[in-house]
Design a protein around this ligand. Sequence first.
Ligand SMILES: C[S@@+](CC[C@H](N)C(=O)[O-])C[C@H]1O[C@@H](n2cnc3c(N)ncnc32)[C@H](O)[C@@H]1O
Length: 311
Amino acid sequence: MSFTYIDLFAGIGGFHQAADSLGGKCLLASEIDVEAKRAYTANYNLSPHGDITKIDAKDIPDHDVLLAGFPCQPFSIIGNRLGFDDIRGTLFFEIARILEEKTPRLFVLENVKQLSRHNKGKTLQTIIHTLENLGYKVYWNVLNALDFGLPQKRERTVIVGFLDNDVCFSFPTNKTTGRLEDILEPDEDVDAKFFASERIIEKRLEKHQSKFFPSVWHENKSGNISSYPYSCALRAGASYNYLLVNGRRRLTSREMLRLQGFPDTFKIVCSDSQTRKQAGNAVPVNVIKAVLKDALHAEAEAEGQRRERAV
Ligand SMILES: C[S@@+](CC[C@H](N)C(=O)[O-])C[C@H]1O[C@@H](n2cnc3c(N)ncnc32)[C@H](O)[C@@H]1O
């Protein structure tokens, strides 16, 4: 199955990984962060354009599929500043603007789980109505990376739209949890800088004994510790210090990338702190791969049925 796509708010290319593995060819990426751009260029041999708000939609090449993990900040703007009937001025509008001009046959968008509940669901409804008004048949769901072979509890709102309104789509319901064992590097290979001090390790052990090994320990803001045979959601910011493998050490950059489904062929060219931020921002590759694969099949099926009816 070959198709062309564009990768907006591209980060380090979680969408890119998924799309290329299904036969996609990226025609344009857009990403504003200099370090993420550096990582993207090193890995995909394609240098992302910068700020999407500065790109004229007419300059974007025709493409089959639009992929975008738009930043979660704008939806609170939708709710708090502009009201729910006006999405102008938000980064979601950039997607709508490009869809309107380029009319790709399919799009897949991703955002945080909270988008689906924001202002009692009205924000998401506004987004869906906007997409439907552009002629798309739209589906959405909240999917968890844990169900797609990754040992990370990461729930995300995924929105899929088809220009072909005959398409019938249902979201994949995989239920394969990945094993933490397959993600973790052996402790002896991990740099000493990732290990907590003996004092911190002892303090944690006084508070918590894990039922699981290996496990990722998570300390919440009130200091309560829980541990599971999977990681809680990686975040671009604070979570790093609160996640400890077996209560002893932080996750390495490679482990974080693996938790998001990036293969080990992904080149780490940025610092650990930048890679940690990038991995925390990324979309779980396995989730997008499963959704995109089913979406492309659903399209092909609708086309096949049309052809059958025509003969
Ligand atoms: C949630 S992250 C998406 C990450 C991506 N899906 C991945 O797998 O790495 C959102 C990204 O949008 C980028 N961004 C924010 N504003 C932007 C803009 N105006 N133009 C282009 N990129 C932007 C951020 O730097 C961030 O990397």
